[in-house]
Design a protein around this ligand. Structure first.
Ligand code: SF4
Length: 331
């Protein structure tokens, strides 16, 4: 089958987020803002997805929130600046190739590889309110490998916690090639600027109104060494200082460092500046969100699902042929 005209030869970028509800500033600065940059650069063919199948690996017992949360995430993707004219936004479970490839890759993935992924044991120990001894949770890295390989992604912006999964994707791709020789699945994972820890402002939602943002800032902890107003502090040891580093202008940041270290400013004033910067970032995001309707989002996702499936099917045809699973290649 000839490649559809919509597929380009630009390097492909793929990344996704689990549908956990409305996004917060940590999601925005850690991932979404970077995705928007990649999309706007025009250098990449970008695919961004809502990873509802990933959510199922842990939330299988109560799936009631997955779809509503997916809608919230889609709204925030668009409000945050993803543009369906410039990238493909889709829902993982709506692209059926995401069910087929994990099955094939699961056949060739040794159990030991999956059991050794650090997050497997860690999460089983840490998440005590869910039974994670299920096949789906163990196989999560296969699901993720399939996401990457389906789009033959050249760059996969992921957080540090996902690095091991990207590594295993390479291993699985290599093993697939050993058995079946599929050209063009070399994965070149990359990391993005998802360095912002959630602790930056994970309590500040992208949809929080200004008074709420200001109130949350007021109660945010500061450098513990700054007990009294006259004690000097260090913005490098303060979550508010971290916010300034990300959101404030260089001039304001300079004033924060100077004022904090000499006790020339108080934390209340400093937090006010941080809130000013956050509000400036959030205002256009909130305005865009207000202009979106759920019906429009559904339309955008349907179109994205279709485009993603077209790209994924190109890979699946190659995979089926390589595995000799099509009648066309049997003779
Ligand atoms: S002045 Fe600002 S950076 Fe320094 S401790 Fe207070 S809030 Fe943190």
């Amino acid at each position: 089958m000839p490649a559809p005209a919509s597929l380009t030869s630009r390097p492909r970028v793929l990344s996704g987020m689990r549908p956990t509800g409305k996004l917060h500033l940590g999601n925005y600065m850690g991932a979404l803002a970077n995705w928007v940059k990649l999309q706007d650069s025009g250098q990449y063919e970008c695919y961004f997805f809502i990873a509802d199948l990933h959510a199922l690996t842990t939330d299988y017992a109560d799936t009631s929130q997955i779809a509503p949360h997916a809608m919230e995430v889609a709204l925030d993707f668009l409000a945050g600046g993803l543009d369906p004219e410039k990238c493909t936004i889709f829902v993982q479970s709506q692209v059926k190739q995401h069910f087929e490839l994990p099955l094939y890759l699961g056949m060739i993935t040794p159990l030991g590889w999956l059991e050794r992924v650090p997050s497997y044991k860690e999460q089983q120990e840490n998440i005590t309110n869910k039974d994670l001894t299920n096949f789906g949770f163990l196989g999560y890295p296969v699901l993720m490998a399939s996401d990457i390989l389906l789009y033959q992604a050249d760059f996969v912006p992921v957080g540090q916690d996902q690095q091991a999964h990207v590594e295993i994707t390479r291993e699985i791709a290599r093993r697939f090639n050993q058995f079946y020789t599929l050209n063009g699945t070399e994965v070149l994972p990359d990391t993005d600027g998802r360095k912002m820890s959630k602790s930056y402002g994970n309590t500040i939602g992208l949809t929080d109104p200004e008074p709420v943002v200001r109130q949350k800032l007021k109660t945010m902890v500061t450098d513990p060494a700054r007990i009294r107003r006259t004690d000097p502090g260090d913005p490098d040891k303060c979550p508010v200082g971290d916010l300034h580093k990300v959101f404030s202008t260089p001039e304001t940041l300079g004033q924060v460092y100077e004022g904090c270290r000499t006790a020339g400013i108080g934390c209340i004033q400093c937090k006010g500046w941080a809130a000013d910067a956050l509000v400036q970032i959030l205002e256009p995001i909130q305005a865009r969100r207000a202009s979106l309707t759920e019906a429009r989002v559904v339309e955008i996702l349907k179109d994205g699902n279709r485009r993603a499936a077209t790209r994924a099917e190109v890979t699946m045809e190659q995979v089926r042929a390589a595995m000799k699973l099509t009648t066309e290649t049997s003779r």
